[in-house]
Design a protein around this ligand. Structure first.
Ligand code: NI
Length: 198
């Protein structure tokens, strides 16, 4: 290959690489902004005391929202414990500005009574929500949460597959950030302090 051809080939490869990097960045950036807009929305559910709860119930406070089910053997209790410990680590005045929310994706077993029982194991400010299967489906859709009943021969003993993400929403009900399943109480508390202030 002559030097001249080599230079042309290198220049072409550089141009392709630059286009890929810039294009990828633009796509990623747009995707990120799209996600901000898409998470959250209207819902109608019922809390652990039998009171109706909607998106307006959460307005005026920050909320930490997690979807799961009370019969979950490990993932959900861990996530709710992390949320509880994060709130306990905050100054009470800051913690008071945050509502931790648990939304059941297993409305058949997670009755109001079951949620009231489950509530005793976690932070007292928890709002625990359930509803009809249709109401739960609509809420999960609004928050882009995936869930599915796992195959089982039993009508009462089964597992639910579900996403394990904790969303932080601002007092206007807008998505701020989220925590993955491996979030620590310390990390979550730090993020909350920075976001909520005080
Ligand atoms: Ni779970």
């Amino acid at each position: 290959m002559s030097t001249r051809v080599f230079v042309v080939v290198v220049a072409l490869l550089s141009a392709v690489l630059a286009a890929t990097v810039v294009g990828g960045y633009l796509l990623w950036n747009r995707g990120d902004q799209g996600a901000v807009v898409m998470i959250g929305g209207p819902f109608t559910l019922v809390d652990q005391q039998g009171r109706t709860a909607t998106q307006d119930t959460l307005k005026g406070k920050w909320s930490l929202i997690y979807f799961g089910y009370t019969y979950c053997p490990d993932v959900c209790p861990t996530s709710l414990s992390v949320m509880t410990q994060a709130l306990d680590a905050l100054d009470p005045a800051v913690a008071a500005k945050v509502t931790p929310v648990f939304v059941s994706v297993d409305p058949e077993r997670d009755t109001v009574e079951q949620l009231a029982l489950y509530h005793q194991s976690f932070h007292p400010s928890f709002l625990m929500l359930t509803g009809t299967p249709e109401q739960v489906r609509a809420a999960a859709k609004a928050y882009r949460v995936y869930y599915r009943k796992a195959e089982s021969d039993s009508a009462t003993e089964y597992l639910m597959d579900h996403s394990s993400i904790t969303y932080l929403m601002n007092p206007d009900g807008e998505y701020v950030t989220h925590f993955a399943h491996d979030a620590t109480p310390e990390g979550m508390a730090d993020t909350l302090r920075k976001a909520v202030g005080g």
